[in-house]
Design a protein around this ligand. Structure first.
Ligand code: GDP
Ligand code: MG
Length: 163
């Protein structure tokens, strides 16, 4: 059975772009407008050494409402429960957002293996921003660029090292 990677994060951080890269497909629509991504949610791929399933939870929730109870839609929480590894995607250009902290708290409670993915990190060097992401308490952040395809094979191999 192939392990399942589940992509979680607030709108516009690059989940669908990452999904496309991980599944090497172009048939997901990437929109610039938060919440307007209408795309496939399930795919499979093999970017590094091992094959996997991948789930993009973004399309499940057009808008993430504020407040802890509504930080993640039920469908997203269910996908997280069914994940082997959760890739929690944040935006390395915008920096840490309050929604990121709320989502991080909910993810931590699930007891799942969470990997913090700092996307949009092309051309970025170690910066105070990375220290900020460390504060989420989810371990070392992994910098990638979904758009430019940077460090994605390494990310997947790290995520799947136990499989
Ligand atoms: P989602 O809402 O989390 O699914 O985010 P999308 O994948 O729809 O991406 C939102 C916006 O971020 C789009 O304009 C993407 O082109 C852009 N984006 C995604 N990944 C990267 C990246 O690695 N670097 C940069 N600079 N932009 C990115
Ligand atoms: Mg999306």
């Amino acid at each position: 059975m192939k392990p399942t990677l589940v992509l979680v994060g607030r709108p516009n951080v690059g989940k669908s772009t990452l999904f496309n890269r991980l599944t090497r497909s172009r048939d997901a629509l990437v929109a610039d407008i938060p919440g307007l991504t209408r795309d496939r949610h399930y795919g499979h791929g093999k970017l590094g050494l091992k094959p996997y399933f991948v789930v993009d939870t973004g399309g499940f929730e057009p808008v993430i409402k504020s407040g802890i109870l509504h930080a993640m839609a039920q469908q997203t929480l269910q996908a997280v429960d069914e994940a082997d590894v959760v890739l929690f995607v944040v935006d390395g250009r915008q920096g840490l957002a309050s929604q990121d902290k709320i989502i991080a708290d909910q993810l931590r409670k699930t007891g799942q293996r969470i990997i913090l993915v700092v996307n949009k990190a092309e051309g970025m060097h170690a910066s105070p921003m990375m220290a900020e992401f460390h504060e989420l308490g989810l371990g070392a952040p992994h910098s990638v660029s979904a758009l430019h395809g940077e460090h994605l094979g390494e990310l997947v191999d790290f995520a799947l090292e136990d499989y």
